[in-house]
Design a protein around this ligand. Sequence first.
Ligand code: FE2
Length: 317
Amino acid sequence: MNIVERDYDRDIVTIAGTVDLSQDIPNVMAITRDLVPGLKTSADLVPFGEEGARADVYRAELYEKAPRVARLADDVSRRFENGTMAAVVPSLGLEDQPLERQRYILFALGNLLGTPTATEPRDQRVLWDVKVRTATTGQFATFSETDEEAEFHTDSAFQSDPEPIFFLYVVQAARCDGGMSYFANGRRVRDRLMQTSRGRDTLHMLYRAKVPFRIPPAFSHDPDVAEYSAGTVFGDRPLIRFRRDVILRALDAHPAPGNDEIRDAVNLVADVAFSLKTTDRKLPTGSIVFVDNHNGLHGRSRFSDAERHLIRVRVAG
Ligand SMILES: [Fe+2]
Protein backbone atom coordinates (compact mmCIF):
# COMPACT_ATOMS: atom_id res chain seq x y z
CA MET A 1 0.00 0.00 0.00
CA ASN A 2 1.38 3.34 -1.03
CA ILE A 3 0.12 5.83 1.51
CA VAL A 4 0.86 9.52 1.77
CA GLU A 5 0.24 10.43 5.37
CA ARG A 6 -2.37 13.11 5.97
CA ASP A 7 -3.59 14.28 9.33
CA TYR A 8 -6.82 12.34 9.02
CA ASP A 9 -5.12 9.23 7.69
CA ARG A 10 -4.26 8.57 11.33
CA ASP A 11 -7.92 7.65 11.89
CA ILE A 12 -7.12 4.44 10.01
CA VAL A 13 -4.69 2.00 11.58
CA THR A 14 -2.84 -0.83 9.93
CA ILE A 15 -2.42 -3.81 12.21
CA ALA A 16 1.14 -4.65 11.33
CA GLY A 17 3.05 -7.84 11.98
CA THR A 18 2.27 -11.28 10.70
CA VAL A 19 -1.28 -12.43 11.20
CA ASP A 20 -1.74 -16.04 10.13
CA LEU A 21 -5.14 -17.40 10.97
CA SER A 22 -4.79 -20.44 8.70
CA GLN A 23 -3.62 -22.64 11.58
CA ASP A 24 -6.95 -22.08 13.33
CA ILE A 25 -9.02 -23.23 10.35
CA PRO A 26 -9.47 -26.93 11.31
CA ASN A 27 -10.68 -26.08 14.81
CA VAL A 28 -12.95 -23.25 13.65
CA MET A 29 -14.52 -25.57 11.08
CA ALA A 30 -15.04 -28.34 13.64
CA ILE A 31 -16.56 -25.97 16.24
CA THR A 32 -18.87 -24.36 13.69
CA ARG A 33 -20.10 -27.62 12.17
CA ASP A 34 -20.69 -29.00 15.62
CA LEU A 35 -23.08 -26.14 16.39
CA VAL A 36 -24.67 -26.02 12.94
CA PRO A 37 -25.58 -29.61 12.08
CA GLY A 38 -26.32 -30.37 8.46
CA LEU A 39 -24.43 -27.35 7.14
CA LYS A 40 -23.65 -27.89 3.46
CA THR A 41 -21.42 -24.91 2.77
CA SER A 42 -20.00 -22.06 4.83
CA ALA A 43 -21.74 -19.67 2.41
CA ASP A 44 -25.06 -20.69 4.02
CA LEU A 45 -24.17 -19.76 7.61
CA VAL A 46 -26.91 -17.66 9.24
CA PRO A 47 -26.92 -15.72 12.54
CA PHE A 48 -27.43 -17.73 15.73
CA GLY A 49 -30.36 -15.38 16.24
CA GLU A 50 -32.66 -15.97 19.18
CA GLU A 51 -30.45 -18.76 20.41
CA GLY A 52 -28.03 -16.45 22.21
CA ALA A 53 -26.80 -19.34 24.30
CA ARG A 54 -25.48 -21.09 21.22
CA ALA A 55 -23.53 -17.95 20.25
CA ASP A 56 -22.00 -17.87 23.75
CA VAL A 57 -20.93 -21.51 23.49
CA TYR A 58 -19.48 -20.77 20.05
CA ARG A 59 -17.44 -17.83 21.35
CA ALA A 60 -16.18 -19.75 24.37
CA GLU A 61 -15.05 -22.62 22.14
CA LEU A 62 -13.31 -20.22 19.78
CA TYR A 63 -11.44 -18.58 22.65
CA GLU A 64 -10.25 -21.98 23.76
CA LYS A 65 -9.43 -23.59 20.43
CA ALA A 66 -8.89 -20.75 17.93
CA PRO A 67 -6.61 -18.38 19.86
CA ARG A 68 -5.27 -16.49 16.84
CA VAL A 69 -8.72 -15.57 15.60
CA ALA A 70 -9.82 -14.60 19.12
CA ARG A 71 -6.71 -12.45 19.64
CA LEU A 72 -7.32 -10.51 16.42
CA ALA A 73 -10.98 -9.89 17.30
CA ASP A 74 -9.95 -8.62 20.75
CA ASP A 75 -7.34 -6.34 19.21
CA VAL A 76 -9.88 -4.87 16.78
CA SER A 77 -12.52 -4.37 19.51
CA ARG A 78 -9.98 -2.54 21.68
CA ARG A 79 -9.04 -0.23 18.83
CA PHE A 80 -12.67 0.71 18.18
CA GLU A 81 -13.09 1.50 21.87
CA ASN A 82 -10.14 3.87 21.51
CA GLY A 83 -11.65 5.79 18.59
CA THR A 84 -10.16 4.04 15.57
CA MET A 85 -12.35 4.53 12.51
CA ALA A 86 -10.97 1.68 10.42
CA ALA A 87 -8.40 -1.06 11.03
CA VAL A 88 -6.69 -2.75 8.10
CA VAL A 89 -4.92 -6.10 8.30
CA PRO A 90 -2.86 -6.52 5.11
CA SER A 91 -3.19 -10.33 5.22
CA LEU A 92 -5.00 -12.88 7.36
CA GLY A 93 -2.76 -15.59 5.88
CA LEU A 94 -5.77 -17.23 4.24
CA GLU A 95 -5.37 -16.26 0.59
CA ASP A 96 -4.00 -19.66 -0.46
CA GLN A 97 -6.86 -21.54 1.20
CA PRO A 98 -10.02 -22.64 -0.62
CA LEU A 99 -12.76 -20.01 -0.26
CA GLU A 100 -14.97 -22.53 1.54
CA ARG A 101 -12.40 -22.63 4.38
CA GLN A 102 -11.70 -18.87 4.40
CA ARG A 103 -15.38 -18.18 5.05
CA TYR A 104 -15.41 -20.11 8.34
CA ILE A 105 -12.81 -17.71 9.74
CA LEU A 106 -14.91 -14.70 8.67
CA PHE A 107 -17.99 -16.16 10.36
CA ALA A 108 -15.96 -16.71 13.54
CA LEU A 109 -14.57 -13.15 13.45
CA GLY A 110 -18.07 -11.76 13.08
CA ASN A 111 -19.30 -13.66 16.12
CA LEU A 112 -16.28 -12.67 18.20
CA LEU A 113 -16.82 -8.98 17.44
CA GLY A 114 -20.52 -9.03 18.33
CA THR A 115 -23.66 -10.42 16.76
CA PRO A 116 -23.46 -10.70 12.98
CA THR A 117 -26.66 -9.74 11.19
CA ALA A 118 -28.37 -11.31 8.19
CA THR A 119 -27.28 -9.67 4.95
CA GLU A 120 -30.81 -9.42 3.60
CA PRO A 121 -34.30 -10.59 4.57
CA ARG A 122 -34.59 -13.48 2.15
CA ASP A 123 -31.62 -15.84 2.61
CA GLN A 124 -30.45 -14.50 6.00
CA ARG A 125 -26.84 -15.27 5.27
CA VAL A 126 -24.10 -13.69 7.38
CA LEU A 127 -21.54 -13.56 4.58
CA TRP A 128 -22.47 -11.26 1.68
CA ASP A 129 -20.56 -11.54 -1.57
CA VAL A 130 -19.64 -8.10 -2.84
CA LYS A 131 -19.56 -8.78 -6.57
CA VAL A 132 -20.76 -7.13 -9.72
CA ARG A 133 -24.30 -8.36 -10.38
CA THR A 134 -26.68 -7.65 -13.18
CA ALA A 135 -29.55 -5.57 -11.87
CA THR A 136 -33.06 -6.72 -12.70
CA THR A 137 -34.71 -4.42 -15.23
CA GLY A 138 -36.20 -1.35 -13.63
CA GLN A 139 -34.34 -1.81 -10.38
CA PHE A 140 -31.29 -0.05 -9.10
CA ALA A 141 -28.40 -2.03 -7.71
CA THR A 142 -26.91 -1.23 -4.36
CA PHE A 143 -23.22 -0.31 -4.03
CA SER A 144 -22.10 -3.85 -3.31
CA GLU A 145 -23.60 -5.01 -6.62
CA THR A 146 -22.09 -2.52 -9.06
CA ASP A 147 -18.76 -1.34 -10.42
CA GLU A 148 -19.82 2.33 -10.28
CA GLU A 149 -18.32 4.67 -7.72
CA ALA A 150 -19.75 3.96 -4.26
CA GLU A 151 -19.99 7.46 -2.82
CA PHE A 152 -19.50 8.10 0.87
CA HIS A 153 -22.10 6.23 2.90
CA THR A 154 -23.02 4.41 6.07
CA ASP A 155 -23.76 0.71 5.60
CA SER A 156 -27.43 -0.07 6.35
CA ALA A 157 -28.09 3.70 6.41
CA PHE A 158 -31.74 3.01 5.63
CA GLN A 159 -32.25 0.70 8.60
CA SER A 160 -33.52 1.89 11.97
CA ASP A 161 -30.37 0.77 13.72
CA PRO A 162 -27.36 0.47 11.38
CA GLU A 163 -24.76 -2.00 12.67
CA PRO A 164 -21.90 -0.32 14.57
CA ILE A 165 -19.24 -2.43 12.85
CA PHE A 166 -18.74 -4.13 9.53
CA PHE A 167 -15.78 -5.70 7.84
CA LEU A 168 -14.77 -6.35 4.26
CA TYR A 169 -12.52 -9.26 3.38
CA VAL A 170 -10.81 -9.19 -0.02
CA VAL A 171 -11.12 -12.55 -1.79
CA GLN A 172 -9.88 -11.03 -5.06
CA ALA A 173 -8.77 -7.42 -5.37
CA ALA A 174 -9.64 -5.54 -8.57
CA ARG A 175 -6.86 -6.04 -11.08
CA CYS A 176 -7.29 -2.55 -12.50
CA ASP A 177 -6.60 1.00 -11.30
CA GLY A 178 -9.98 1.31 -9.59
CA GLY A 179 -11.67 -0.26 -6.60
CA MET A 180 -9.84 2.06 -4.17
CA SER A 181 -11.28 2.45 -0.68
CA TYR A 182 -11.51 5.73 1.21
CA PHE A 183 -13.00 6.95 4.47
CA ALA A 184 -14.12 10.12 6.26
CA ASN A 185 -14.37 10.56 9.99
CA GLY A 186 -17.89 11.65 10.98
CA ARG A 187 -16.56 13.65 13.95
CA ARG A 188 -14.36 15.65 11.60
CA VAL A 189 -17.30 16.20 9.22
CA ARG A 190 -19.42 17.52 12.11
CA ASP A 191 -16.60 19.74 13.40
CA ARG A 192 -15.92 21.17 9.94
CA LEU A 193 -19.63 21.99 9.49
CA MET A 194 -19.53 23.80 12.86
CA GLN A 195 -17.00 26.25 11.43
CA THR A 196 -19.37 28.08 9.07
CA SER A 197 -22.84 29.51 9.57
CA ARG A 198 -24.17 27.54 6.59
CA GLY A 199 -22.62 24.43 8.07
CA ARG A 200 -24.17 25.11 11.48
CA ASP A 201 -27.61 25.60 9.88
CA THR A 202 -27.14 22.32 8.03
CA LEU A 203 -26.17 20.48 11.20
CA HIS A 204 -29.06 22.01 13.07
CA MET A 205 -31.48 20.69 10.47
CA LEU A 206 -29.87 17.27 10.02
CA TYR A 207 -29.88 16.59 13.78
CA ARG A 208 -33.64 17.16 13.81
CA ALA A 209 -35.23 16.37 10.45
CA LYS A 210 -36.19 12.80 9.68
CA VAL A 211 -34.78 12.40 6.22
CA PRO A 212 -36.28 9.77 3.87
CA PHE A 213 -34.18 6.88 2.57
CA ARG A 214 -35.15 4.64 -0.36
CA ILE A 215 -34.37 1.04 0.61
CA PRO A 216 -32.37 -0.67 -2.17
CA PRO A 217 -34.34 -3.58 -3.72
CA ALA A 218 -31.79 -6.19 -2.56
CA PHE A 219 -32.68 -5.32 1.03
CA SER A 220 -36.42 -4.86 0.72
CA HIS A 221 -38.95 -7.56 1.49
CA ASP A 222 -40.53 -7.40 -1.96
CA PRO A 223 -38.03 -6.19 -4.57
CA ASP A 224 -40.89 -4.99 -6.80
CA VAL A 225 -42.33 -2.64 -4.20
CA ALA A 226 -40.50 0.58 -3.36
CA GLU A 227 -39.81 0.74 0.38
CA TYR A 228 -38.70 3.77 2.35
CA SER A 229 -37.46 4.53 5.82
CA ALA A 230 -36.61 7.75 7.64
CA GLY A 231 -33.94 8.84 10.08
CA THR A 232 -31.82 11.79 11.13
CA VAL A 233 -28.46 12.14 9.37
CA PHE A 234 -26.71 13.22 12.58
CA GLY A 235 -27.43 11.87 16.04
CA ASP A 236 -25.90 10.25 19.10
CA ARG A 237 -25.90 6.73 17.73
CA PRO A 238 -24.96 6.56 14.98
CA LEU A 239 -23.13 9.87 14.99
CA ILE A 240 -23.69 10.00 11.23
CA ARG A 241 -26.09 8.06 8.99
CA PHE A 242 -25.62 8.97 5.39
CA ARG A 243 -26.10 7.80 1.87
CA ARG A 244 -26.79 10.56 -0.61
CA ASP A 245 -28.14 8.54 -3.54
CA VAL A 246 -30.92 6.84 -1.58
CA ILE A 247 -31.90 10.09 0.19
CA LEU A 248 -32.14 11.94 -3.13
CA ARG A 249 -34.16 9.07 -4.65
CA ALA A 250 -36.61 9.23 -1.77
CA LEU A 251 -36.93 13.03 -2.03
CA ASP A 252 -37.53 12.81 -5.79
CA ALA A 253 -40.26 10.21 -5.26
CA HIS A 254 -42.10 12.33 -2.68
CA PRO A 255 -42.12 16.01 -3.63
CA ALA A 256 -42.73 18.08 -0.49
CA PRO A 257 -42.01 21.57 0.83
CA GLY A 258 -38.59 21.61 2.44
CA ASN A 259 -37.12 18.99 0.10
CA ASP A 260 -34.80 21.54 -1.50
CA GLU A 261 -33.34 22.47 1.88
CA ILE A 262 -32.72 18.81 2.66
CA ARG A 263 -31.14 18.32 -0.77
CA ASP A 264 -28.78 21.27 -0.19
CA ALA A 265 -27.89 20.04 3.28
CA VAL A 266 -27.19 16.51 2.04
CA ASN A 267 -25.03 17.85 -0.79
CA LEU A 268 -23.06 19.97 1.66
CA VAL A 269 -22.40 16.95 3.90
CA ALA A 270 -21.18 15.01 0.85
CA ASP A 271 -18.87 17.88 -0.16
CA VAL A 272 -17.46 18.29 3.34
CA ALA A 273 -16.91 14.53 3.70
CA PHE A 274 -15.11 14.53 0.37
CA SER A 275 -12.84 17.36 1.51
CA LEU A 276 -11.87 15.23 4.53
CA LYS A 277 -11.36 12.04 2.55
CA THR A 278 -8.49 9.76 3.56
CA THR A 279 -5.96 8.81 0.93
CA ASP A 280 -7.31 6.23 -1.52
CA ARG A 281 -5.98 2.79 -0.81
CA LYS A 282 -6.24 -0.50 -2.58
CA LEU A 283 -7.01 -3.34 -0.20
CA PRO A 284 -4.97 -6.28 -1.48
CA THR A 285 -6.19 -9.84 -1.97
CA GLY A 286 -6.28 -11.57 1.42
CA SER A 287 -6.57 -8.33 3.40
CA ILE A 288 -9.43 -7.24 5.63
CA VAL A 289 -10.70 -3.88 6.84
CA PHE A 290 -12.81 -3.49 9.98
CA VAL A 291 -14.88 -0.28 9.94
CA ASP A 292 -16.64 1.79 12.62
CA ASN A 293 -19.95 2.24 10.80
CA HIS A 294 -21.41 4.63 13.40
CA ASN A 295 -18.68 7.25 13.38
CA GLY A 296 -17.25 7.09 9.89
CA LEU A 297 -18.28 7.09 6.25
CA HIS A 298 -16.70 4.93 3.59
CA GLY A 299 -16.59 4.86 -0.18
CA ARG A 300 -14.95 3.09 -3.08
CA SER A 301 -13.89 4.26 -6.52
CA ARG A 302 -15.26 2.65 -9.67
CA PHE A 303 -13.47 -0.33 -11.13
CA SER A 304 -13.50 -2.41 -14.30
CA ASP A 305 -12.39 -5.88 -13.15
CA ALA A 306 -15.60 -7.95 -13.04
CA GLU A 307 -13.78 -10.64 -11.05
CA ARG A 308 -13.30 -8.37 -8.03
CA HIS A 309 -14.73 -10.21 -5.06
CA LEU A 310 -15.10 -9.13 -1.43
CA ILE A 311 -17.05 -10.62 1.44
CA ARG A 312 -18.83 -8.32 3.84
CA VAL A 313 -20.04 -9.06 7.36
CA ARG A 314 -22.02 -6.59 9.45
CA VAL A 315 -21.94 -6.87 13.22
CA ALA A 316 -24.50 -5.54 15.67
CA GLY A 317 -23.44 -4.59 19.19
FE1 FE2 B 1 -20.62 0.07 2.12
